[in-house]
Ligand binder design. Structure first.
Ligand SMILES: *Cc1c(COP(=O)(O)O)cnc(C)c1O
Length: 394
């Protein structure tokens, strides 16, 4: 067994999966989907039987022990005192901002190259998103640009731990502290990542997670959570996610809240999958190293900072011949994606908040290409992607 194969076996994965050939494709006929959730589901299927049975017997579909157990599990995993589960990762960001009292008249600094939900949550809170540029090597928010964007109206900074790698939380914490503004982590792509030995979601005043099926920890539907060690903030979030209910009397409403609860079915599934997360992350790291070793010279992987080991939510490379690469890879049976082709400040509904060009994010948007990345990839599939890309760009 090769080192890669034994690392995958250690992570509980089958290095032989995916060897079945399919017809009509160049380069040996191997198919490489962008992400294969079926394999992940098969891995946890037996453990889920208990989740269904308990749920159908208890009829506690919303709230209850199963949700509370997952919240305890997730807080422990993220090294925070509390986790407050919500319906998705957009609500979690939106509710954090509202629970912090951020809204109309406030500015919130966000990176330009993120999933639109980061900016959307700011607008939903009533505040104004202030888009800043990113670092060219990692495509993570540039602390110097954050500092330059601060005004007396700045209420929060929301770095995004993009592609699985954490932003420079040391510098951002200093900047936030000096300015007296909240630091909120958008950790939707960084379950289990860490920065100088501290877990994603535990460095800001609050962390926001999504459990959308394709995230590193994914439900069988939508889900999200806030992590925090601030008891008052956690209490406000519990109330806001549940119609602003008073914590002592459920018929007294302290706030105008919303309905953003994680249901018990998703919570039970997430508790089961959480037991596998570190193994799946280890497998993603094996694949990332294999990509790095085998990718052709014509493309560069987004750089990984040593002190913030990535959990590789996505495997992103840069190439100035992206269209050619995507079409060529498709002929070799390899699916790809782009995260994200249009930066937020150039999206139509957000253009009003733009304040001029953001050259690093804009240049990256034209060149980035996401290669297949999921725990159950095989060494053969990674090699096939790299060889195919070499053939296409040669
Ligand atoms: C997925 C994602 C979100 C939103 O999560 P949903 O659960 O889909 O609402 C927010 N921010 C980032 C960076 C994401 O990748």
């Amino acid at each position: 067994m090769t080192t890669v194969e034994s690392a995958l076996t250690d992570a509980g994965l089958d290095p032989d999966h995916g060897r079945e050939p399919s017809r009509g494709l160049s380069g040996g006929g191997l198919r490489v989907p962008f992400a294969d959730l079926a394999m992940q589901t098969a891995e946890v299927r037996a453990e889920l039987d208990e989740v269904w049975t308990d749920l159908l017997d208890s009829h506690r579909f919303i709230g209850g022990d199963v949700v509370e157990a997952f919240e305890r599990d997730w807080a422990a995993y993220c090294d925070t005192d509390f986790a407050v589960s919500v319906a998705n990762g957009t609500d979690s960001l939106h509710l954090i901002l509202r629970a912090l009292g951020i809204g109309s008249g406030d500015e919130v600094v966000v990176p330009a190259n993120t999933f639109v939900a980061t900016a959307e949550a700011v607008v939903l809170s009533g505040a104004v998103p202030v888009f800043v540029d990113v670092l060219p090597e990692t495509l993570l928010i540039d602390p110097a640009q954050v500092e330059a964007a601060l005004t007396p109206r700045t209420a929060a900074i929301v770095p995004v731990h993009l592609f699985g790698q954490m932003a420079d939380m040391t510098r951002l914490s200093e900047i936030a502290q000096r300015a007296g503004v909240a630091l909120v982590e958008d950790a939707a792509q960084a379950h289990g990542a860490f920065h100088e030995e501290r877990q994603a979601g535990s460095l800001g005043v609050a962390g926001s997670f999504s459990f959308y099926p394709g995230k590193n920890l994914g439900a069988f539907g939508d889900g999200g959570a806030v992590t925090t060690s601030d008891p008052a903030l956690a209490a406000r979030l519990r109330s806001l996610r549940d119609h602003g209910r008073g914590l002592s009397d459920r018929y007294v409403h302290d706030h105008v809240g919303m309905n953003s609860r994680l249901d018990a079915l998703q919570a039970g599934i997430l508790s089961v999958k959480l037991r596998h997360l570190d193994g799946w992350t280890a497998a993603r790291r094996v694949h990332a190293a294999a990509y790095r070793a085998q990718l052709p010279r014509e493309v560069q992987m987004v750089q990984e900072a040593v002190r913030t080991p990535s959990v590789h939510h996505l495997a992103v490379v840069r190439t100035d011949r992206r269209q050619q690469a995507m079409e060529g890879l498709a002929r070799f049976g390899v699916d790809t994606g782009i995260h994200y082709p249009v930066p937020c400040h150039l999206q139509e509904p957000y253009a009003v908040y733009g304040r001029g060009p953001l050259p690093v994010a804009e240049a990256a948007a034209a060149e980035i290409l996401s290669l297949p990345m999921f725990p159950h990839l095989t060494p053969d599939q990674v090699s096939h992607v790299c060889r195919s890309l070499g053939a296409v760009l040669a």
